[in-house]
Design a binder for this molecule. Sequence first.
Ligand SMILES: [Zn+2]
Length: 492
Amino acid sequence: MKRLTYIVILVWMCAACKGSGQSRITYVPDTAALGRAFEMYREPTLIHRRFKHADIEPLILKRRGTGVFEVSQLGNSVLRKPIYQLKYGDGPKKVMLWSQMHGNEPTATMALMDLFNFLEGSDHGMDTLRHLLRTQTSLYFIPMLNPDGADVYTRRNAMDIDLNRDARVGQTAEGQLLIRAAATVKPHYGFNLHDMNIYYNVPGTRNPVTIALLAPAYNEEREVNEVRGNAMKIAAGINHILQGYIPDGVAKYDDTFSPRSFGDNFQRWGASTVLIESGGYKGDPEKQFIRKLNFIIILNSLVEIALDSYHQYGMAKYESLPFSVSQLADLVLRKVGASRDSMAYKIDLSVKRSEHTVDRDFYVQASIADVGDLQDVFGYDELDAEGYHFMPGKVCPQALKRMEDMSPKRAMDLLRQGYFAIQVEQIPEVRFHSFPLVIFHQRKPLSPGPVLGGAANFFLARDGRPVYAVVNGYLIDLAANEPPTAMKNYIF
Ligand SMILES: [Zn+2]
């Protein structure tokens, strides 16, 4: 903590003595201190992605009248849920940050709540930072711009309109509200905070794109003026700090000019705007690590804006980031033996798991996403299945009475006998489960062949004996004592 204070004082003095807007300021972000700040100020009531408007509204309203933030209601969503703005600081550099205009893209909203805790905190060696932000910037936060979408975890608003395609015509309550906020505040900087799907990778690598960045274009020609150039430098600074956490996990987002989108229009309206897209990271299904990265890069960017130190990053550093490509799947099995009409062949199989929301939780349904030569497709999990052959699973002929009769050990025993599914007679109140089996009440599941779109329930066998199971898209080593535990299965 002390080191961070020291650096900021040093750099701030440097900025003060030279006047603002200098391009020669060197500010060295202390990434470790920023990471510790996150751990200290993480909002403890948000622990997964499917929180709702009712979960964050008290976190916003409790800040009214505290003297740290100016909290105002900008308007209502289509379903009459209040949308708020929190203003922090009185400095000359105006920054607008909005999150979750797509309801199922909540990662940055969590990070903003963490950031609010940080900003209204004190001491821990970071008051210098807070003072810097308070005096040099005015921060306008609009968290969860699409509460109706967030509450049912869908992208669009209650009118079925994609808010990020409404910047030009402004037909939605939420879009109008953001257009009005931009016209009122006239920000110099903008942060457009989104999530993207987890299947983007850095080209030429199997690394997921954990954060994608974009300084959106303001015209078809994708020209670079000072406004967009500054956004590129800020994005380059974000990449710089991210390399310490996710080397080779950063890419550029598609930069085609999108005249209906907010980022492109903010850029056109004169705010240097950066799009931050939270993608995927292995072992982080609830995106809590990516939330931490959001906290770090947003806080650091605000400090760099306060100090004008982002000019130290060349636009070329941003330009040289590769564009993300979409070559990932949850699971890739390579060189699986298969046969059809007595003809034997080898195939690669990729599997994707789609999420289905139930209130604040979700289950997955997995299917075979592709079949054939998939040397250019990469999996979060991969298996070289040379020497194994594809074997459909069987449904266990005896039903379970109750879920209480199932155990991980029993599930593994059934799998070893080639059963991938079992019926349960009494439907339990909670239909989620994490046993490595398809458990069903009414809807008997399928274990089709290695076919496109088929349910991802099958075995990999050697000499006719199952060695691996794929159950609802999860790979299970049948020689292991314990099955994987993080499975999101559901009883139909
Ligand atoms: Zn989005």
